[in-house]
Design a protein. Structure first.
Length: 403
């Protein structure tokens, strides 16, 4: 769902090279661990497996309109619960296998909250960690809402008009035809002339500034490796508010672009009446494999525990705990998308886990959780960092012994 630029956009930052089948198989297990669902699972009647590459722009994927229209009719949308889904995509010409780009796009539709972006970034980092890509930096910026963009574009257009005599012929022609397109191109290319253009972050409206400030606070609280990049830009007809890219640090000191995304509310207008809050991130890699399997069978394992959170800080801690279970290879059920405690408890009871992990505001501040044995209803308090080890020990104790 995230529109990708051409490889020239990345400059000398080559995407990582991975085998398609291996990547998708392992990556989707991580995504499902965080609650993401394959688009084919959501739309079973649409499910097909095709070896043909999809359109260059991932936003033209045929499932996107159906996914959004499906979500508009669900009870989850009425309850302000997000729809989390992933879409594998090949996005380059099949005659150039050495340059073929593939992506796994994670999307979250339905909720306008910085926690959405945090969940997407944590899931993407979990996928990269699965392949040993751990030394990374997240670059983040905000272009604000439509009013913010309008203010920025007016000022940028005025500045460029003063410099039109110094532009190349191509840039001058594009400026006269579509000034907004030129501004977007200059920022995307990180052209030298952008140094004379004010950055979008300086024109944020009060609501946009608050949204971005809340997001940065969440990233800092979750201890994600991020830095502000005020030159990061996206087409305002597609993106709104936040943009982000993930770069992997190489041993030779260079960096590779491995993921990019942002909030793309305006793009949903193309597929439904009105807009749906939506955000996503595309993990980008190179592959010589022309095949694309999008009908991965979801791995079903009974969760050993279900996480329940109360309050915003507890929500963040829960996201971190989900990642700890992933690293420990313990199946866990979570309801990060549910806010009301009663809804979470109902969900947890449906999953029938051996243990329930309850994190409230007090527990979040003290980095602990209440671990409840659902069979005996006994409870104990365990530090968050020790929970995977504790549960592994409990499972080992209760496992039937082989004769």
């Amino acid at each position: 769902m995230i529109p990708l630029q051409t490889t020239n956009t990345y400059g000398n930052m080559e995407p990582v090279t991975l085998q398609t089948a291996s990547f998708f198989k392992r990556a989707v297990h991580v995504a499902e661990h965080y609650g993401f669902t394959n688009t084919h699972t959501i739309l079973r009647d649409q499910a097909t497996e095709s070896p043909l590459p999809l359109a260059f722009n991932a936003s033209t994927h045929g499932h996107v309109p159906h996914i959004l229209r499906h979500y508009m009719k669900t009870e989850a949308r009425k309850a302000r619960q997000p729809l989390l889904f992933y879409t594998p995509t090949i996005v380059s010409h099949p005659k150039t296998p050495q340059d073929r780009l593939s992506t796994l796009t994670l999307s979250a539709a339905g909720v306008y909250d910085p926690l959405t972006e945090l969940t997407l970034l944590k899931t993407a980092l979990g996928i990269l960690d699965e392949f040993g890509i751990r030394n990374v930096t997240i670059r983040v910026n905000s272009i604000g809402d439509s009013d913010s963009i309008a203010r920025f574009m007016r000022e940028a257009q005025t500045r460029l008009k003063e410099k039109i005599g110094e532009m190349s012929a191509d840039h001058a022609a594009l400026f006269k035809k579509d000034a907004h397109a030129l501004i977007s191109q200059l920022f995307t290319e990180r052209h030298d002339s952008v140094s004379e253009i004010p950055t979008p972050i300086n024109f944020l409206t009060t609501p946009s500034r608050k949204y971005f400030r809340d997001l940065l606070s969440l990233l800092e609280y979750a201890e994600l490796p991020f830095e502000l990049d005020d030159k990061l830009f996206g087409d305002h007809r597609v993106y709104t508010q936040t943009l982000y890219e993930i770069y992997a640090h190489q041993k030779d000191g260079t960096k590779r672009l491995v993921a990019r995304g942002g909030r793309y509310d305006p793009l949903t207008k193309k597929h439904i009446r009105g807009t749906i809050p939506a955000a996503g991130i595309a993990i980008i890699f190179k592959t010589g494999d022309p095949r694309l399997s999008v009908t991965q069978k979801k791995r079903t394992r009974k969760p050993c525990a279900c996480i329940v959170h109360i309050g915003r800080e507890a929500h963040i801690k829960s996201i971190t705990l989900v990642d700890a279970f992933r690293k420990a290879k313990l199946p866990v059920s979570q309801c990060l998308h549910l806010d009301r405690f009663s809804d979470q408890m109902a969900y947890a009871q449906e999953q029938k886990p051996k243990y329930m992990l309850i994190i409230g505001q007090k527990e979040a501040m003290q980095n602990i959780a209440i671990v409840r044995n659902t069979a005996t209803q006994s409870q104990t308090i365990i530090p968050l960092a020790n929970i995977p080890v504790y549960l592994r020990e409990q499972i080992t104790k209760t496992a039937p012994q082989r004769a």
